[in-house]
Ligand binder design. Structure first.
Ligand SMILES: C[S@@+](CC[C@H](N)C(=O)[O-])C[C@H]1O[C@@H](n2cnc3c(N)ncnc32)[C@H](O)[C@@H]1O
Length: 205
C-alpha cells in the first residue's frame, strides 16, 4: 500500500473510532483516557485514592480521568518529556523520567509523602524495529517499578503499559514478587492490532 493510502486509512479509522468520538465529546484530551477509565473501574483503583503519580502523562488524558473520577484525590503529579497544558489541581514536571535530575525532582516534590497509585503509560517513540523498541520500553517499565519501590505505600497499586516481547515475562514475575497480585489486561479501548497491554498490580507488599 502507498504511504498516502495507508495514512488515509489511518485517518479514516481514527475518526470512525468510537473512543476518539467519545473523547472529543467529553473533553478528554486523549483517546487513551478510556483505557484508564476501564482499568480503574475493573480493578477499583480509585477507591479512597489520595495521591497518584502519572508517568508519561502528556497530553494529560489520564490526569483528567483521575480528577474527574476521583475528585477527592489530594495529590496528582504528571510527568512527561513533553509540555502539558495545565489541569486544575494537577502538578506537572516536564523532563525525561530516566534522567537522575528529573527523578530527583519528582522525589523532592513528594517529600516524605507515600502514594497509592503509580501509573505509567510511557512509551518510547516507536521505530518499528522490535530489537530497539522492546528494550527501550522494558527499561521504562523497570524504572517505573523502581520508583514504585521508593514511593508506593503498602497496599498501593501500579498500572504499567507493556509490549509483549523480550523481558515481558520476567517483568510480570518481578511485579508478582512485589505485589499480592499482578495481571495482564487489554482494555477494549486499546486498539486490537496494537501490541500494547497493561499490567495491573495491586496490593504492594
Ligand atoms: C501514550 S502517551 C501517554 C498518554 C497519556 N496517558 C494520556 O492519556 O494523555 C506516552 C507518553 O510517554 C512519554 N514518554 C516517553 N518516554 C518518556 C520518558 N523517558 N520520560 C517521560 N515521558 C516519557 C511520551 O512523551 C508520551 O507523551
Amino acid at each position: 500500500m502507498s504511504r498516502s493510502k495507508s495514512s488515509n486509512q489511518w485517518l479514516k479509522e481514527h475518526f470512525d473510532d468510537q473512543f476518539v468520538k467519545q473523547s472529543q465529546e467529553s473533553g478528554f484530551r486523549a483517546r487513551s483516557a478510556y483505557k484508564l477509565i476501564e482499568i480503574a473501574e475493573k480493578f477499583k483503583l480509585f477507591n479512597g485514592l489520595q495521591a497518584v503519580v502519572d508517568l508519561g502523562a502528556a497530553p494529560g488524558g489520564w490526569c483528567q480521568v483521575v480528577k474527574a473520577k476521583a475528585p477527592k484525590t489530594e495529590l496528582v503529579i504528571g510527568l512527561d518529556l513533553l509540555p502539558i497544558e495545565p489541569i486544575e489541581g494537577v502538578e506537572f514536571i516536564q523532563g525525561d523520567f530516566t534522567e537522575d535530575a528529573v527523578y530527583e525532582q519528582l522525589l523532592r516534590l513528594l517529600g516524605n509523602r507515600k502514594i497509592d497509585l503509580v501509573l505509567s503509560d510511557m512509551a518510547p517513540n516507536l521505530s518499528g524495529m522490535s530489537a530497539m523498541d522492546q528494550p527501550r520500553s522494558m527499561l521504562l517499565a523497570e524504572m517505573a517499578l523502581e520508583f514504585c519501590q521508593q514511593a508506593l505505600q503498602p497496599g498501593g497499586a501500579h498500572v504499567v503499559k507493556l509490549f509483549q516481547g523480550e523481558g515481558f515475562d520476567q517483568h510480570m514475575q518481578n511485579l508478582r514478587q512485589l505485589f499480592n497480585k499482578a495481571v495482564i489486561y487489554k482494555p477494549k479501548s486499546s486498539r486490537p492490532r496494537s501490541r500494547e497491554v497493561f499490567a495491573v498490580a495491586t496490593g504492594y507488599k
